[in-house]
Write a protein that binds this ligand. Structure first.
Ligand code: THF
Length: 308
């Protein structure tokens, strides 16, 4: 079942072009790779050749859907995968040699500190739920002036509406790639654009991911995109179909060699399945407890350094 992923990991490691990347760590990369995963039997593509924390992934997705861009709610749930970026920024700005643990504790304890240092800029949550929208002022004598609508455009609400009311639309898309706001983001979106397709009562989804850290990030991204397909299908009374993944710059970091060797030496087990405890009232009403992952048996986790 996860052979497609393992083959990708192997291929990129063996055939990827060595290159120096933004982080300075160095990668081996191939351009333009794809995976297809059948979700129709309830499969959740959660790797079994190393344990991956699906709970972290669910928390992160709920945070995106809530419009969140500050790491504080993640840390309140002990999710630390986004700490590196604000931490690096804080250390740079203050020169303080604070440990990750102390920084995280301070974000949780001190709301004002979190507001000042915990924000990632207008990343996923901001674009998915509150894409900037400018509307003409209705003030007399101010024709031609615009103000920013405080809510902005809710791409997720629009998507659900369109899947329900216009399932053959070829515009079932949402994206985090807001060109005008890229400079303000701690990191421009890696999982960039999502598109959906309805046929025979099934909802399929496609993810275009511009930058793909095959060792650490892609295992998360495959699950996030699959969870979204399942949630959207449930909300729109459709069955899950297929998940199609397109990767742009598909790379393995040079310091992930031990991970690659260890993981490829393991034998995959069947993928687990996902079901929902209930049908929430809307796509925005899912709670952590609604996600039930069954039959997850995995080899032990493999730790590897994340490039910041
Ligand atoms: N930057 C890089 N270099 N790789 C990425 O995958 C990545 N992401 C997000 C943003 N920038 C990125 C962050 N997502 C882990 C996993 C996903 C992340 C960040 C970190 C990670 O370290 N996972 C560990 C376990 C950590 C834990 O459980 O706390 C693992 O072994 O899987 C791509 O979305």
């Amino acid at each position: 079942p996860e052979q497609g992923y393992l083959d990708l990991l192997d291929r990129v490691w063996r055939e990827g072009t060595p290159r120096v990347d933004r982080t300075g760590v160095g990668t081996r990369a191939l351009f333009g790779q794809s995976l297809r995963i059948d979700l129709s039997d309830g499969t959740l593509p959660l790797l079994t050749t190393k344990r991956v924390s699906w709970k972290t992934i669910v928390r992160e997705l709920l945070w995106f859907l809530d419009g969140g861009t500050n790491i504080r709610p993640l840390l309140q749930n002990k999710v630390t995968i986004w700490t590196d970026w604000p931490l690096a920024k804080y250390r740079n700005a203050t020169g303080e040699a604070i440990s990750q643990e102390d920084f995280e504790a301070r974000i949780v304890a001190d709301e004002a500190f979190a507001e000042r240092w915990g924000d990632l800029g207008p990343v996923y949550g901001a674009q998915w739920r509150h894409w900037p929208l400018f509307v003409p002022t209705d003030v007399e004598g101010e024709e031609g002036l615009y103000r920013r609508d405080p809510k902005g455009i809710d791409q997720i609400a629009r998507l659900v509406h369109d899947i329900k009311h216009n399932p053959t639309s070829r515009r079932l898309i949402f994206t985090g790639w807001n060109v005008a706001e890229l400079d303000g983001m701690a990191l421009p979106p890696c999982h960039t654009t999502y598109q959906y397709f309805v046929a025979d009562g099934k909802l399929s989804g496609l993810l275009h991911q511009r930058s793909c850290d095959v060792g650490l990030g892609v295992p998360y991204n495959l699950v996030t995109a699959s969870l979204l397909i399942r949630m959207l299908a449930q909300q729109c009374d459709l069955e899950p179909g297929e998940f199609v993944w397109f990767g742009g710059d598909v790379h393995v970091y040079q310091n992930h060699g031990d991970l690659v060797r260890e993981q490829l030496s393991r034998t995959p087990k069947p993928w687990p399945t996902l079901r929902f405890a209930r049908k929430p009232a809307s796509i925005l009403d899912y709670r952590f407890e609604d996600f039930i992952v069954e039959g997850y048996e995995a080899h032990p986790a493999i730790s590897a350094p994340i490039a910041v």
